[in-house]
Design a protein around this ligand. Structure first.
Ligand SMILES: NC(=O)c1ccc[n+]([C@@H]2O[C@H](COP(=O)([O-])OP(=O)(O)OC[C@H]3O[C@@H](n4cnc5c(N)ncnc54)[C@H](O)[C@@H]3O)[C@@H](O)[C@H]2O)c1
Ligand SMILES: O=c1ccn([C@@H]2O[C@H](COP(=O)(O)OP(=O)(O)O[C@H]3O[C@H](CO)[C@H](O)[C@H](O)[C@H]3O)[C@@H](O)[C@H]2O)c(=O)[nH]1
Length: 334
């Protein structure tokens, strides 16, 4: 492998593994740094693997010294809303304190370009507005709060140490690599589309709809879904934009929302999955899940305008089709 190295934290997870694939296709060497707390060794297929935790500064220093990455893509995080409601300390320690250690190690290694996974969960409920980079951030749970805190941290280190960052606030990520080499595989799974697919093929009894009395047209929550391949393409464009000197230089952070601007209710996603797979979806209605916002939909054109990003694969049937193809491989413990 002869390209320039990019340190990919969380490269053994869902989104990070897809990012490694596009980085490798673009000629970079994606070096996965991951503790495997929620990730999979088998997902690391496109570059070297370095096992380690973000909070282990000595291990990070060793990995920076041996691979000499030109940039960091930081995906590693805990990201379950329910768990964050029950155990907020885990999120402040595992996301905020651990990211501080990573950022300090990055700066000490002389690396200045940093791409960060943030989330629309930083916005909280905003009463039906389409969300963009200028909207206020009022997270409803410790997961969203931890991501907002890391965004603030990046701005502080931009001012003090000249760190240049691109912050992507993702809406709901879905789908899988169309070649099904990697895909979404969480244990336990909490995300809607893989849970629907589990219900369709009998891996669970039924999908439970978390709340059907929300103030939306059909009573269920609305989300904006973006294909994981489109999402990681934006990361590559963001990295190249930073490296070409078009982004912040000598310290700054630029934020981008990554969504399509189209909202789907839980019932609409269930119906689309039934029609793409041509199978019935066993389901039942249950109570609301704590920490859920009613509606999260992007109203931003900035990633398209500034980075030239076009979410070409992000239609609901395509996302479900690609997720279904991956699902049928059985995932990493098949
Ligand atoms: N999936 C979504 O819809 C979504 C939406 C918005 C933002 N995000 C963000 O995208 C990123 C990736 O999410 P994902 O769905 O791929 O999650 P994931 O759980 O599949 O991947 C996270 C990876 O990070 C690793 N990790 C976690 N803590 C670590 C630590 N302290 N040290 C080293 N490795 C650690 C895990 O082992 C795992 O491989 C996260 O930052 C998440 O908050 C995800
Ligand atoms: O069994 C389920 C699972 C989910 N849902 C509903 O489906 C929608 C989507 O839920 P997900 O758990 O798939 O995703 P979230 O909207 O909770 O996503 C949140 O967590 C993600 C990371 O896990 C991202 O960070 C994202 O930005 C953040 O809003 C929500 O209304 C949820 O209540 C159900 O009805 N039943």
């Amino acid at each position: 492998m002869s390209g320039e190295a990019v340190l990919v934290t969380g490269g053994a997870g869902y989104i990070g593994s897809h990012a490694c694939k596009v980085l490798a296709q673009a000629g970079y060497v994606p070096v996965t740094y991951d503790s495997l707390i929620t990730g999979w060794r088998e997902a690391v297929r496109f570059g070297p693997f370095e096992e380690g935790c973000l909070s282990d500064r000595a291990r990070l220093d060793e990995v920076f010294a041996s691979h000499k990455p030109i940039a960091v893509m930081h995906f590693a995080a805990l990201s379950q809303v329910g768990e964050a409601m029950a155990e907020p300390g885990k999120y402040w320690r595992g996301n905020v304190c651990a990211s501080l250690t990573l950022i300090e190690a990055t700066i000490a290694a002389g690396v200045r370009d940093f791409v960060f996974s943030s989330t629309c969960a930083t916005y909280g409920d905003q009463d039906g507005v389409l969300l963009d980079e200028d909207c206020a951030q009022n997270p409803l749970n410790a997961y969203g709060a931890s991501k907002r805190a890391i965004e603030d941290m990046l701005a502080d280190f931009a001012a003090s140490d000249g760190l240049n960052s691109v912050i992507f606030r993702y809406f709901n990520v879905a789908g899988a690599d169309p070649d099904a080499e990697v895909g979404e595989f969480h244990r336990p799974e909490t995300h809607l589309i893989p849970l629907i697919l589990d219900a369709i093929d009998g891996k669970r009894d039924a999908l439970t709809i978390h709340g059907s009395d929300y103030p939306t047209p059909d009573g269920t929550c609305v989300r904006d879904y973006v294909h994981v391949m489109d999402l990681v393409e934006a990361h590559l464009q963001g990295l190249n934009w930073l490296r070409a000197g078009h982004g912040p230089r000598d310290g700054g952070s630029e934020r981008f929302c990554l969504g399509t601007g189209k909202g789907f209710s839980v019932r609409e996603v269930v119906a689309a999955a039934g029609s793409v797979t041509n199978r019935p979806v066993p389901m039942q209605e249950g109570p609301r899940r704590g920490g859920d916002a009613v509606r999260l939909v992007s109203g931003s054109e900035k990633a398209g305008r500034v980075l030239g990003w076009t979410p070409a694969r992000s239609t609901m049937p395509q996302m479900i089709q690609d997720a279904w193809r991956w699902h049928q491989t059985g995932g990493y413990d098949a």
